[in-house]
Design a protein around this ligand. Structure first.
Ligand SMILES: Cc1cc2nc3c(=O)[nH]c(=O)nc-3n(C[C@H](O)[C@H](O)[C@H](O)COP(=O)(O)O)c2cc1C
Length: 331
């Protein structure tokens, strides 16, 4: 399970940073893979309203959002948006990123695509403010709600602290440690006990990605799904995005993983070996399912459609076996 924290506070070692760091430590202690970005120290351009995202589903701005933050958002199962209240809303640094997720909004609402994690990804706003007004977090809450919708995350009740002004105030707040434990427990509970399935092929450029996306899209709330390659290529084959978009499944920015990288994230109940690879020793004590008779692909898009449709059928057959049997019998 991957947890992403976005820190919108410009203050080094400030209150928001303290809260996010403590939350991630708790997630980490419960086995999640965590990552934090300090937005104020990154190159994050605001949206320029070029409208390319709404027409073509891409953003023409080249910065850290494109290279780091879009991929991190796409691959996260839980997203924490942290920001102090600045003038009754999130900071400009956080808002710049939020506005750039219009790209994801456009891919859903203009292009009709679905992120495979849509049914289970969770989003939580984390905020602090100096004063104690009744509506102190109303702006943050509303912005977070629509941010979560754009990034295909289920909106969770935010974690908000008032009367927090100076550096160190958050650390001194009584009860915050218990709140953190309860919040992490609540966010992880629906995702914690899913059996894991790993799709493994040679280059992680095609088949494993497609199968993983189908399974995650259909049953990601019940099964933890990852894909990886023995010798992963830098990126997926460009045809993958095209043929999956025909199925309305969004593959943009999905991660490339090595086997080691995948095993750092998941202890699978079963691994599906795709193509002509032999079982690696790391998977010795895991049920192995072999799919070595997959249709071959060429530069012809129809060959990719053939592979996609074959994998869709196989994934549908696999699903009841994974949900219904423990341990899963190999083949
Ligand atoms: C530009 C600016 C605007 C602020 N606006 C508000 C506000 O509208 N309401 C409030 O309660 N606190 C406001 N604050 C106070 C911060 O929310 C508060 O100091 C917070 O603890 C800072 O968190 P940090 O350490 O994570 O940056 C503002 C602070 C700054 C610098």
């Amino acid at each position: 399970m991957r947890v992403l924290a976005l820190n919108g506070s410009p203050r080094k070692k400030g209150n928001t940073d303290y809260l996010l760091t403590a939350l991630l430590a708790e997630f980490d202690g419960r086995g999640a893979v965590t990552q934090k970005f300090d937005l104020a120290r990154m190159h994050v351009m605001p949206c320029k309203e070029y409208m390319v995202c709404e027409k073509k589903g891409v953003c023409p701005i080249h910065d850290d959002v494109e290279t780091l933050l879009y991929p991190a958002l796409r691959n996260a199962d839980i997203v924490l948006l942290g920001s102090p209240v600045f003038f009754y809303n999130i900071t400009a640094q956080a808002k710049a990123l939020v506005d750039r997720t219009q790209l994801f909004w456009a891919r859903v609402y203009r292009l009709g695509l679905t992120d495979p994690k849509k049914h289970f990804r969770r989003g939580l706003a984390v905020s602090v403010g100096a004063t104690r007004g009744r509506k102190l977090f109303s702006g943050v809450e509303l912005t977070a709600r629509y941010f979560h919708d754009a990034i295909s995350a289920i909106h969770e009740k935010g974690l908000y602290y008032q009367g927090i002004e100076n550096r160190g105030d958050m650390a001194a707040h009584p009860g915050h440690a218990a709140d953190i434990q309860a919040t992490v427990g609540r966010l992880m509970a629906p995702l914690a006990h899913r059996p894991g399935v790993l799709f493994l092929d040679r280059g992680h450029a095609g088949a494993a990605r497609i199968a993983a996306a189908f399974l995650e899209y259909t049953a990601g709330d019940q099964i933890e799904v990852l894909s990886a390659g023995i010798a992963p290529a830098e990126t997926s084959h460009p045809m993958v995005e095209t043929i999956m978009a025909e199925e309305k499944i969004d593959m943009l920015f999905r991660m490339t993983r090595s086997l080691d990288g995948a095993l750092a994230e998941i202890r699978p109940a079963a691994a599906v070996l795709m193509g002509d690879i032999s079982p690696p020793p790391e998977l010795d004590d895991i049920s192995i399912i072999r799919w070595n008779d997959l249709p071959s692909v060429s530069e012809d898009p129809d060959s990719w459609r053939g592979l996609r449709d074959d994998l869709k059928r196989r994934v549908a057959d696999l699903l009841p076996r994974i949900k219904g049997s423990d341990p899963i019998s190999g083949e």
